[in-house]
Design a protein around this ligand. Structure first.
Ligand code: FEO
Ligand code: CA
Ligand code: CA
Ligand code: CA
Length: 609
């Protein structure tokens, strides 16, 4: 800016209105493109997508339910890079031709045949999970396309992975597949992501517990995670008409004499953060057990400081669960840093005091009651049973912690707390002040002295979701973070995905079942200094917006549209009437598909400016 000129507003676009249309809406002056929808071939012999694609085809195609995502620039380019994304879960009814027009079974799967699921359907569903690595390049008219590349790869529910950190090799993770407890197979329900200071990708395992069934009662490693006796797994994978252990393992009952004879420990091999090196197609993904086992929504790293520990934050997205941070034992060195920094250190859980202060409570075996007298026998035990350990410490139960983000300008840490309809009046606290919190809020904190490894912090609430009539939220911390901020330009519900760009724009993404008055799920941008908040994008019907990153020059943004048409009722599904036909607009041939959306400014400017 020249002398005397007012600085340009951080948010330079005109807000888009609430919308219930089956399209992507962006501000005037912006354009979009659909990229890599579910089923797009990216590797192998590039099998083209159809509803009849096989389980084997799916291993070379984009998975379902796009979620957290990062753009790894090749040689710093903003026009050529590896797009890496999670595929959180699946919508089986939109994946199998056999589902059309019939009454679906539990989990929305096509009906069982003689009490079993066809193995190829199950294989297709497993291969639709996990992570995709796909090279994309920018071509003419700002449009991007898939580029065949050796690094293009699918990581799925079947990909071999190593276990590292304190749980590696312990009895907790000894399985038929890996009798010495050093390996496991596959990753599940990868929701949010993270990027390490050494530029690898982290995929979170969130709602993995539901994929398993058991007959075992009172399994300590199961109970606190919601794996209860009876029923079937989420999609009935254990019911495949095949005796192959890749299917049978989803029944985690103790049926043999030892863990090496049955699948009792398979669920203990999930609930971790998984590190992936997208630049090496032969690299084996690593589950980093020192970061704890829970419903990891994602992970966000503090900016690495030379000679200081590496610090990252992760939320456990379930009602009344906690926010954690990991501080490495070793110090960061830009020349030598690697994932092994994540294998030793201290995992802490957050306590938010009502006076606006906060503490990080260490989850260390032998300390503060994490002892044999209370059932903890080792650090591996503390990590396998992270939720139980955090309960013991008196951590603050939160309103479903989802994504975190760090403001590069001042190090403030932001976390979305998406909603918690189960919180009663007598369960409210300063950090979670609303009973029946339907619309969620965003909390933020500053670590003591600006040091991310500090043990204390100061927090406030950045934003409450809600409609314009709900702006005057009473909190027991004595301030109203919304004031008159919520208007037609920015009402929102259930903040979930979040990212703070290099200019400190806070990008906030909705995952809301509520429609009226919020319309379809949207993405907003906030100015963390002024509190200004504007709606930037609205997605198609029945979707959630999740995953957000730009190219290094900030001139191309990628976001994901997950589960368009997810609001289709069973009756309408049976009749072939989906609530959305996005993005193909060809419902006879294509059910709605999760997809990435590319966004650019027509004048070539920075997104959001
Ligand atoms: Fe997968 Fe918590 O959203
Ligand atoms: Ca999410
Ligand atoms: Ca969510
Ligand atoms: Ca989701």
């Amino acid at each position: 800016n020249g002398e005397g000129e007012a600085p340009a507003a951080l948010l330079g676009f005109t807000a888009v209105p609430v919308s219930s249309a089956d399209v992507i809406s962006v501000p005037e002056g912006y354009s979009t493109q659909v990229l890599v929808p579910y089923g797009t071939p990216i590797a192998g012999d590039f099998p083209s997508y159809s509803i009849n694609s096989t389980g084997e085809d799916q291993a070379f195609q984009m998975g379902n339910h796009h979620d957290g995502m990062h753009f790894f620039a090749i040689d710093g380019s903003s026009e050529d890079g590896l797009l890496v994304m999670n595929h959180e879960y699946i919508e089986p009814r939109f994946m199998h031709a056999r589902a059309a027009g019939v009454a679906l079974g539990s989990g929305g799967v096509p009906p069982l045949i003689d009490g079993a699921r066809p193995a190829d359907e199950v294989l297709k569903e497993m291969n639709a999970h996990g992570v995709s690595v796909v090279r994309i390049v920018k071509g003419v008219n700002n449009e991007w396309q898939v580029q065949p590349d050796m690094r293009n790869r699918r990581i799925t529910a079947l990909t071999p992975m190593t276990l590292q950190g304190p749980v590696r090799g312990t009895d907790f993770v000894k399985t038929l597949y890996s009798p010495n407890g050093t390996m496991t197979r596959g990753t599940l329900n990868n929701c949010g992501n993270g990027v390490t200071p050494w530029n690898t990708y982290m995929a979170a395992e969130e709602n993995w517990a539901g994929y398993f069934r058991t007959d075992d009662v009172d399994r300590r490693e199961f109970d606190r995670y919601g794996i209860r006796p009876g029923g079937t797994g989420r999609y009935g994978w254990e019911l495949a008409d095949s005796a192959a252990d890749q299917y049978v393992r989803f029944d985690a009952s103790s049926t043999g004499a030892s863990a090496e004879e049955d699948y009792r420990n398979e669920p203990v091999c999930f609930g971790w953060m998984v590190e992936i090196d997208p630049t090496d197609p032969d690299s084996v993904p690593v589950k980093r057990t020192a970061l704890g086992r829970f419903g990891h929504e994602g992970v966000v790293f503090a900016p690495a400081v030379e000679g200081r520990p590496v610090v990252c934050y992760s939320g456990d997205d379930s009602q009344f669960e906690y926010i954690y941070k990991f501080v490495s034992a070793g110090n960061f060195n830009a020349n030598t840093a690697s994932g092994s920094l994540l294998d030793s250190g201290v995992l802490y859980v957050a306590k938010f005091n009502d006076d606006g202060s906060g503490e990080w409570l260490p989850l260390v075996f032998g300390m503060n009651g994490l002892t044999p007298a209370n059932g903890f026998v080792s650090q591996a035990d503390v990590l396998v049973n992270t939720r139980l350990a955090a309960d013991m410490m008196g951590a603050t139960p939160m309103d479903r912690p989802e994504w975190g983000a760090v403001d590069p300008a001042n190090g403030d840490v932001y976390f979305t707390l998406t909603n918690n309809s189960s919180r009663s009046e007598d369960q409210t606290n300063g950090a979670n002040p609303r009973a029946t919190n339907r619309h969620g809020h965003i909390i933020r904190w500053a670590e003591e002295g600006g040091d991310h490894a500090a043990l204390t912090f100061n927090w406030d609430i950045f934003l409450f979701g809600g409609d314009s009539g709900e702006s005057g939220v009473e909190t027991n911390i004595g301030f109203d973070p919304n004031g008159d901020r919520l208007t037609a330009d920015n009402i929102l519900s259930s903040p979930d995905g979040m990212w703070i760009d290099p200019d400190s724009r806070v990008w906030i993404q909705m995952d809301s079942g509520a429609t009226d008055p919020f319309g379809n799920c949207a993405m907003l941008a906030a100015d963390p200094n002024t509190g200004e908040l504007k709606r930037f994008l609205v997605g198609p019907v029945g979707n959630e917006i999740t995953g957000v990153i730009t190219t290094p020059d900030q001139k191309t943004m990628f976001i994901n549209v997950q589960h368009p048409g997810g609001t289709t009722s069973s009756a309408n599904f049976a009749a072939g009437n989906y609530t959305s036909s996005w993005p193909d607009n060809n419902p006879a041939q294509f059910p709605p598909r999760s997809s990435t959306v590319v966004i650019w400014k027509d004048d070539g400017g920075v997104i959001g400016s």
